[in-house]
Design a protein around this ligand. Structure first.
Ligand code: PHE
Length: 451
């Protein structure tokens, strides 16, 4: 390793790496999206399909990403170039960097809303609703107000920049070491609060009792797509985080732990939301508005709802922040490694450009709402292209690269460094070679056909 590689930065400990990678995975996807798609697709049976996707497709691809990253100690573009200098594979890394750029630009807008709702909860403004429709109207007014949307988008991007600028160890690792335990603590308290409400049991039954008659083909596709987004796969976030890991650490068990943590948090998020929604007699299938329309109505009816609301939106903001910094880090690592910018220059320039790209997304629910393409506003278009196409395509190509181009043998050598046991080696190769690419290929084709 030369001096430049050393100066890229390393995690201080394996626990630090696992917590940061879990921080990337655990985000708005777990707490905002997972519960609402579960609500829309019928509850328990959907949860089971999701779990199967995580185990058979998500965790194996995460291990593939960690392995490429740790092998090369490079950002996604540099990593592909390093392993396979000939050909166009580096473009897959480039697509990942582009996806990071795009996802952070709109992710920051939603993250900004959560911070705004923390502030509004403190002033008791979001727990005064009679019905979910009132809360929905309030949210609509809020999101269409350009001043606030931009202010909180700015605040969120500034937080990401101020952490990533301090580097891998003293910025990302240190902040995740504090933020992730805080997140877990708040979440557990909220689950207890929700489960102890009168009438909570109906929510638990809806959420966990599988009724396969409610499951549709569409539900299976959504579960698989979400497994990807939730584990931060397909764009090289896990390649980048793996690239700061030392050779002595165990890659396979790290992937397993990160996948398990992400799943446990998503399951707990459902266990926090559904019992409360049912206890207050509201609808579980409200869609994307579940968190901003239905929950404020739930909090309005609940004893100590105001404190619960502050805790809940803080939880969402923390989850978003630890994911936002990983998105920024992918793009920053590219500019540091490949263009040889200093970390400071890379973070400030990349952060500002992502901020600017986020402005039309922030205004998509108000001033820019009328500008639509294929019925989607700017926010939806960026989300749709990055989450529905770039991530699955990136994931598919990562599998093909590891299993067919680089080859399972050198990949397994990297995984085995340090004499770590990997009893599932044969199974992993089989999954990455056949099952994951075929499954991801099916979602991509279904999406392209507009399903
Ligand atoms: N996994 C994050 C979430 O669940 C989102 C994310 C996707 C973060 C891709 C980084 C890379 O919210």
């Amino acid at each position: 390793m030369n001096d430049f590689e050393k100066s890229r930065g390393f995690w201080g400990s394996r626990a630090g790496f696992v917590i940061a990678a879990a921080g990337s995975a655990i985000g708005l996807g777990n707490i905002w999206k997972f519960p609402y798609i579960t609500g829309q697709h019928g509850g328990g049976a959907f949860v089971i399909v999701y779990l199967i996707c995580i185990v058979l497709i998500g965790i194996p691809i995460m291990l593939a990403e960690f392995t490429i990253g740790r092998k090369t100690h490079k950002n996604p573009v540099g990593a592909y170039k390093n392993i396979h200098p000939a050909g166009l594979w580096f473009l897959v890394g480039g697509m990942g960097v582009l996806a990071g750029f795009m996802i952070l630009s709109f992710y920051s807008v939603v993250a900004g809303w959560t911070i705004a709702y923390v502030v509004r909860s403190i002033f008791m403004l979001v727990t005064q609703f009679e019905t979910a429709a009132d809360a929905g109207k309030y949210f609509g007014n809020f999101a269409s107000n350009p001043f606030e949307a931009l202010l909180f988008h700015t605040i969120f991007m500034s937080l990401c920049i101020s952490i990533v600028i301090k580097g891998v160890r003293s910025g990302i690792e240190k902040s995740c070491d504090i933020l992730m335990p805080t997140l877990l603590f708040i979440l557990v308290l909220l689950v207890i609060r929700s489960l102890t409400l009168k009438g909570a049991w109906a929510g638990v039954v809806f959420y966990l009792k599988p009724e396969f008659s409610k499951l549709t083909a569409q539900g299976v596709l959504v579960a698989l797509g979400h497994a990807f987004f939730s584990l931060s796969l397909g764009m090289g976030a896990m390649i980048t985080y793996g690239s700061y890991l030392s050779k002595k650490e165990n890659l396979a068990s790290s992937a397993l732990i990160v996948g398990a943590l992400d799943t446990v948090i998503a399951l707990l998020a459902g266990l926090m939301i559904f019992p409360a929604v049912f206890a207050m007699g509201l609808e579980p299938s409200a869609g994307p508005g579940l968190v901003f329309h239905v929950l404020p109505a739930v909090f309005s009816k609940m004893p100590f709802g105001n404190i619960v609301s502050i805790a809940f939106f803080t939880l969402l903001a923390i989850a978003a922040l630890t994911s936002g910094i990983s998105l920024l880090e992918v793009v920053v690592a590219y500019f540091i490694d490949e263009i040889r910018w200093s970390r400071k220059k890379a973070v400030l320039i990349v952060g500002s450009v992502i901020f600017i790209l986020g402005i039309p997304s922030a205004l998509s629910f108000g001033a820019f709402g009328e500008y639509k393409l294929f019925g989607m506003n700017f926010f939806d278009i960026v989300d749709h292209i990055a989450s529905n196409y770039l991530l699955p395509l990136g994931g598919l190509l990562i599998c093909v690269f590891v299993a067919w181009v680089w080859g399972p043998k050198p990949a397994l050598e990297e995984i085995h460094i340090g004499e770590h046991k990997f009893p599932f080696a044969g199974g992993w190769v089989f999954l990455v070679k056949y099952i994951s690419p075929v499954a991801v290929g099916i979602i991509l084709i279904a999406k392209l056909m507009g399903k």
